[in-house]
Design a protein around this ligand. Structure first.
Ligand SMILES: [Zn+2]
Length: 423
């Protein structure tokens, strides 16, 4: 899928402008040559386009589905799953990187309990450990970051392979759904008609609900049949459909993925996809669903426990953040390095367990630039400033935020004044 440098630049500029609007943060647009997620998705897309091309009689459509007429990008975490836009003369499919990472890490957690273990394999990790990992993943998705900033934990090569299989099958359904929109000539936003100063992602992805259902229906059999054509067991495709929609359902439950008139709840969509499998494949359907059903049961059990664990941790973390921000003193003078280090260490651990409570507390206590200036101007002396609760809370929140992962800093806004008020 090659494209001239100019065309790629034009595509990236469009997304950068779309995301950067009003925000100071850097916008990272992933392309197959710089983002491994985009590279994997590009390979899947090539397979889907090869399959779709063979089913077409419409010459004009066949032209549109040539590999160099469909570009893949990954976009920063957002409330949508994926979005297809016409940037003449191509379609560009943009995939939510936060959701793609969530799907992959969720698969990695589940994989340890899915693989069949030989006598020489190490035992599966305790279920409580997996539930704890899923709770962290869910809580990162619930946070304003909307991406799982959990480091990849060590797993064996078979788990890694299984996780990759789950994740790529899931992405196959995402792309098959988007290609479904192109195939059916659905409403697709033309970038030339977008007012970038006003446009929102949800608006660009707006179309009648019937078209979304139609894309799910086509996406289901395109996923299954393109995989079959590539010589991969189509049961893996069905597993991917179930797994992706369950991941979206979890995203919806924690508020990371938005449901609207056209984008119906994932559970409703899964019922439709499952119905399509029964209708189209008849007596073969039960076999096709085999792997999907068993991993789905496992995921449902883990997810239920993980959601509870997430709530429990969040309560504890929110109470602790409240205490830290209420009771920690702050002065303009000498820093107590030992105390600062202990605080940061505690915050790191809290953030890995319950990031949403930490990030939300920081966001609520950081002053914006105007308020901060006001606080400084209204203080009659250094002592008065140190007695100002807003100033104290801001200094503490800022101190913690400075050492947070980059995406957290971006979410909180990098333009707030730094310690001591030097802008
Ligand atoms: Zn759609």
């Amino acid at each position: 899928m090659s494209s001239s440098k100019g065309a790629a630049q034009q595509v990236d500029d469009f997304y950068v402008q779309l995301f950067a609007r009003g925000k100071p943060q850097e916008v990272e647009i992933g392309a197959p040559d710089n983002d491994p997620v985009a590279r994997v998705i590009e390979t899947i897309t090539e397979s889907i386009l090869r399959y779709a091309g063979t089913t077409l009689k419409d010459v004009e459509l066949a032209q549109l589905l040539q590999p160099d007429r469909v570009l893949i990008r990954t976009i920063p975490p957002a409330g949508i799953e994926a979005l297809t836009i016409w940037i003449a003369p191509r379609h560009v499919i943009a995939v939510n990187r936060g959701l793609a990472l969530f799907v992959y890490r969720l698969a990695r957690a589940l994989a340890a309990h899915v693989i069949v273990r030989g006598p020489n394999d190490p035992p599966a990790p305790p279920e409580s450990q997996t539930i704890g990992i899923i709770a962290s993943l869910l809580d990162w998705m619930a946070s304003p970051v909307r991406a799982p900033l959990v480091e990849d934990w060590p797993v064996g090569p078979r788990e890694t392979k299984t996780a990759e299989n789950f994740a790529t099958s899931a992405e196959r359904f995402v792309i098959a759904h988007e290609v479904g929109h192109i195939l059916h000539k659905h409403l697709i936003t033309d970038s030339a008609k977008v007012d970038l100063a006003k446009a929102s992602l949800a608006e660009l992805d707006k179309r009648p609900v019937e078209q979304e259902i139609e894309a799910d229906v086509s996406g289901t059999f395109i996923s299954i049949e393109s995989m079959d054509k590539d010589g991969i067991d189509p049961r893996a495709a069905v597993t991917g459909i179930y797994f992706f929609l369950r991941a979206v359902q979890l995203g919806e439950l924690v508020g990371a993925i938005e449901v609207d008139e056209a984008h119906r709840p994932a559970e409703e969509r899964l019922n439709i996809c499952d119905h399509v499998i029964g209708e189209r494949y008849g007596s073969h359907a039960p076999v096709l669903r085999q792997w999907a059903r068993s991993s789905d049961e496992l995921l449902e059990r883990f997810a239920r426990a993980a959601l509870k664990e997430r709530d429990r941790r969040r309560l504890v973390a929110a109470a602790r953040m409240d205490e830290v921000l209420r009771t920690t003193t702050w002065s303009m003078g000498q820093r107590d390095i030992a105390r600062d280090t202990a605080l940061l260490k505690e915050m790191q651990s809290l953030m890995s367990h319950s990031p949403s409570a930490v990030v939300e507390a920081l966001a609520a206590n950081l002053c914006d630039a105007d308020t901060y200036r006001q606080v400084l101007q209204s203080a009659s002396s250094v002592e008065a400033l140190e007695r100002d609760d807003r100033w104290r809370r801001h200094q503490i929140a800022h101190f913690i935020a400075r050492y947070a992962p980059v995406p957290v800093k971006q979410c909180l806004g990098v333009r707030f004044p730094i310690m001591g008020g030097q802008a």
